[in-house]
Design a binder for this molecule. Structure first.
Ligand code: GRF
Length: 216
């Protein structure tokens, strides 16, 4: 069994999507733990609705970042987590945690990294008039939104797009590429060499990138 540990802080749409994905692979992949740092997060209801093992670990209750992270680490270790999936998780992690879970922690970011790391990606892309945005699944490194890229989806920006309409289009693409990345890792189809993701077998571009203009 490949155990996932999900970190959330907000709405939890990626959590719900990952849960639905694991239901199709229930004999191979499961969510063994959900940790939320924000006691007000809507994602808490999603975890409860699906009877997922949930721990609310409020970062405000800890004297420093590492003690907060040690609490998360002990929960995920106890739940025998094989891969941590940051899903709308809004805390920057120290190198202690990143190194402890090196290449066993991934994140989904709503831009085509390395373009637009950080926040407000849709607003920045629209304001700068770029024609494509998208989303990226990558391994977590200490530098924010900077780790080895696993897969990406391209989302065209149309002239009438607003931050909200673009966010909705990209979220749909996130919900395609995140399970795809999880499956590739669980099936050991990739490895990280010199900080770059190398696929162990040939994948057609269609299998690891999603380009809606090609109708997929
Ligand atoms: C998503 O755009 C995700 O890429 C970013 O946080 C946003 C909300 O994610 N990391 P979720 O709906 O809470 O899963």
């Amino acid at each position: 069994m490949f155990n996932l540990g999900i970190l959330i802080s907000g709405k939890g749409t990626n959590l719900e999507n990952i849960y639905n994905f694991t239901q199709k692979f229930s004999n191979k992949i499961r969510i063994s733990s959900v940790v939320c740092n924000n006691p007000e997060a809507l994602g808490i209801d999603i975890a409860k609705k699906n009877n997922l093992p949930l721990e609310i670990i409020n970062h405000n209750k800890f004297i420093d970042r590492v003690s907060f992270e040690k609490e998360i680490d002990s929960v995920f270790s106890e739940k025998k987590v094989d891969l941590i999936c940051n899903a709308g998780f809004m805390r920057v992690l120290t190198s202690w945690f990143v190194n402890k879970w090196l290449n066993k922690q991934i994140n989904i970011h709503p831009s085509l990294l390395p373009s637009y790391p950080g926040l407000n990606t849709h607003k920045r892309a629209i304001n700068e008039g770029v024609k494509f945005s998208g989303c990226t699944v990558h391994f977590v490194r200490s530098k924010l939104d900077s780790g080895p890229i696993i897969n990406q989806a391209v989302v065209p920006i149309s002239p009438e797009d607003t931050e909200e309409t673009l966010s909705k289009k990209i979220l749909k693409a996130e919900h395609i590429i995140y399970p795809q990345a999880i499956r590739l890792i669980s099936e050991k189809k990739l490895e990280v060499i010199n900080n770059k993701v190398i696929y162990k077998e040939h994948f057609s571009p269609k299998e690891i990138t999603i380009n809606p203009s090609e109708g997929n």
